[in-house]
Ligand binder design. Structure first.
Ligand code: ADP
Ligand code: MG
Length: 728
């Protein structure tokens, strides 16, 4: 095994940056592998184009006949780009994307073949999907599922295959994927927001949620990564002593990007350009070999698809550069983990960002309305928002002194805190003309100026306002953004619906003017949302204590965090919005819990294997060398040998102790797993893995890591942290 380590190190040292093809003007190639507006105009009939445009803008259904025209146009375009196959491209609840390629090629008898792609094949398919996670839905109802075209996310070509973004649902209509509930949530937040916008501007017809994700990742040499069974099977290191140098010198963040990594990034960005993924920013992150990639924000559904697609092609392109991409939230202990900040906002079809202060007092009141309602939504549903980012891998990051804590709080900065406290003292009931003018001029009217030079930042906050958007920072780097985006947009929609009801009561029943009514309700929201606002250090112990006093949840592990998803309140919330029905909510809860269990189970197995079959044999080998040495000393020095063998004897003893501990812990872990696996109650099983199995392999690790610094480097089989992290 140690030979594998040294082979890997040797080949990694020989690598050169790959030469890549790149065009110098990215705007010229942007979207050239996407069936976008330009391609549609060229390849679709007038009716086809109109039908797709209406489906995108108004959500109208596409007629089967027209679908036939569209598919023909799409096929012609795809073939002109060299595509030979097509696939429905969807995001089942495995977290990965799914595809099944079919050739356009078809025989029509008499030895004749044609290229064909009919409307039916575009609109709907039935993948043999019985092995996708379904949380029992497909067993209890109808066994089949189908995929259906989502025209709001354009088709694209990757690797010679035309990919058609689709939803994935059961025959009885239950969502089996990430996209379906997201589309529903986006529709609800659209409707709810438009209704509020009408208070301010009658011309608003549509409100779109936007998302700009920031993807963090590690780039590790492929040979080095492959030499570690834990990285290969779990995406992270389960063992490894921290190197003498980690990130303490702060010399990586924003530093010069190493040449090999740079070539990779350029290659990746080139592919992103072709696929219409508008990536813009790249830089080194805090940990060694850690990087970030961020796009220009887009409509949330498209942005989610683009992030899923990106995660996929990141791996594929990495192979060309002999890299392995680690998307895991915590691949290495002791250095920073990776997240995926979700920057989120709402904007109107009239071009107004609703979370950006405007030019007039009235548009600022609109800003405040959306701003305060978002805060209120997070206050009410903080526990659900925490659940939105729960996963076995993100558990390592949340609250690990480098990432947002498991407590959800909102950071808004000093200036906006002041604005809110001024609004809090607004008179109850009707406002006097003077008070209103005063408010509009001096409080609401001043917001844009305040924000212009507001550079307030707080990296420790889970949910932060950053001038014209909220940044949901606790999202994990492996996550499919659809889940947090579905929940965020749903809770904001719910809140906006309630707000409208309350304002309308004041207008209709109390005869208040519109803006008086809005000020009145906002004032109450400010009063009742205080507990979620926090400006201090989210990593501190004081905050944990303070948050507890405030009654905020602090669910540190996934099984705890997910509980809220199956509560009556959550099920009712999603049902009332039409985002998820009861069956879907329960199924999702089950799938996520099972996913958690499986992840811990795999880590536990890998850990037992490495400890017993790699570490212990190496320790024994080294111990034998020491024993031979001591025996030799005894032959030379007779009874005086102890004087010269002090260190060796102590090492022999320590190694024995570690071996003994490792072996008994591995045995205990296997027995514990066996017992827990018999458990049929899902919660108890997840808790068992969380509270009993996981601590055992963490304990095993600590013994193995101690052996790592004791044993001859030449014998050690596991590629070390310094090799993984500092090979460029
Ligand atoms: P940082 O958060 O590091 O300061 P930026 O402010 O440039 O960086 O933005 C980070 C991400 O936020 C980018 O993907 C950007 O496109 C996105 N973003 C900017 N404005 C919005 C918005 N209105 N809605 C959603 N995302 C946005
Ligand atoms: Mg950011």
């Amino acid at each position: 095994m140690s030979t594998l380590r040294f082979h890997a190190v040797k080949s990694s040292l020989k690598r050169q940056p790959q030469k890549i093809q790149e065009s110098n003007k990215r705007s010229e190639i942007f979207g050239s592998n996407v069936f976008n507006a330009v391609a549609m105009r060229q390849y679709l009939t007038e009716t086809g184009l109109q039908s797709v445009t209406e489906a995108i803008e108004k959500g109208t259904k596409i007629d089967r006949n027209v679908a036939g025209h569209i598919s023909t146009g799409m096929k012609e375009w795809a073939i002109s780009k060299g595509a030979t196959h097509y696939t429905h491209w969807f995001q089942p609840l495995t977290g990965a994307t799914a595809e099944k390629h079919d050739a356009f090629f078809e025989t029509i008898g008499d030895g004749i073949a044609i290229e064909k792609f009919g409307g039916d094949q575009l609109v709907q398919q039935e993948p043999d999907a019985s092995s996708f996670p379904n949380g029992g839905i497909r067993n209890t109802f109808e066994a089949r599922g189908y995929t259906a075209w989502d025209p709001t996310s354009p088709a694209f070509i990757f690797d010679g295959t035309l990919c058609i973004p689709t939803v994935f649902v059961s025959y009885t209509g239950e969502a089996l994927d990430f996209k379906t509930p997201l589309l529903r949530a986006l529709q609800v937040v659209d409707n709810a927001s438009v209704a509020i916008c009408k208070y301010f501007d009658k011309n608003v017809k549509k409100v779109t949620a936007s998302l700009g994700w920031e993807q963090e990742y590690f780039l590790i040499d492929q040979a080095l990564a492959a030499s570690r069974p834990d990285i290969l099977l779990t995406g992270r290191t389960l063992f490894g002593h921290s190197p003498a140098k980690g990130q303490q010198l702060d010399d990586h963040y924003f530093g010069t990007i190493p040449a090999r990594a740079m070539a990779y990034m350029r290659d990746l960005e080139h592919e992103c350009m072709l696929l219409g993924i508008p990536v813009k920013t790249r830089h080194n992150e805090v940990a060694p070999n850690q990087f970030e990639l961020a796009p220009i924000y887009e409509e949330a559904n498209l942005a989610v698809d683009h992030n899923s697609l990106l995660m996929d092609i990141m791996q594929k392109i990495a192979k060309r550069h002999n890299f392995t991409v680690l998307l895991h939230e915590k691949p290495f202990a002791g250095v920073n983990g990776s997240g995926k900040h979700n920057n989120w906002s709402l904007s109107t079809n009239t071009g107004v960002n609703l979370l950006s202060p405007g030019k007039t007092p009235m548009s600022n009141l609109q800003f405040l309305t959306f701003f305060i309602n978002t805060i209120k939504a997070v206050q009410t549903h903080e526990e659900l928002l925490r659940a939105a980012i729960a996963s076995a891998s993100n558990d390592h990051r949340l609250g690990a002194n480098e990432a947002p804590p498991a407590i959800i709080s909102v950071f808004i900065g000093e200036q906006l805190t002041k604005v809110l406290s001024e609004l809090e003292s607004v008179t109850q009931g009707k406002l006097s003309p003077k008070e209103k003018t005063d408010l509009k001029l001096n409080v609401v009217g001043k917001i844009p100026e305040i924000l212009r030079d507001n550079t307030d930042r707080n990296r420790t906050s889970a949910f932060a306002f950053t001038g014209n958007k909220f940044e949901f920072r606790a999202v994990g780097s492996t996550a499919n953004c659809a889940n947090p985006m579905t929940i965020l947009n749903a809770i904001v929609a719910k809140q906006l619906i309630e707000f409208k009801e309350e304002v309308d009561v004041l207008i209709d029943e109390k005869g208040m003017k519109k803006d008086d009514a809005i000020f009145n309700i906002l004032r109450e929201y400010i009063k009742t949302s205080k507990d979620i606002l926090f400006e201090g250090n989210g990593y501190s112990d004081e905050w944990e204590k303070e948050a507890k006093k405030r009654g905020l949840s602090n669910n540190k592990t996934t099984p705890e965090a997910l509980k809220v998803k199956k509560s009556d309140a959550t099920i009712a919330l999603f049902e009332s919005l039409g985002v998820l029905n009861k069956v879907e909510s329960e199924a999702r809860y089950e799938i996520e819990m099972e996913d958690y269990i499986l992840h811990i189970q795999i880590e536990s197995r890998v850990s037992g294997d490495i400890a017993r079959n790699h570490v212990v044999p190496t320790a024994v080998k080294y111990q034998n060398i020491l024993i031979k040495n001591v025996t030799g000393l005894k032959t030379i020095y007779g009874d005086r040998f102890r004087e010269f063998a002090k260190e060796q004897l102590s090492l022999i003893e320590q190694i024995s102790q570690h071996i003994e501990a490792i072996n008994s812990l591995v045995t205990e872990m296997i027995e514990t797993r066996k017992k827990i696996n018999k458990q049929s109650n899902l919660e108890k099983k997840a808790q068992g893995y969380c509270k009993k199995v996981k601590p055992l392999y963490e304990h095993i690790r600590s013994h193995c890591d101690k052996l790592e610094i004791m044993i001859d480097d030449e014998l050690w089989p596991l590629t070390k942290y310094r090799e993984l992290l500092f090979t460029k």
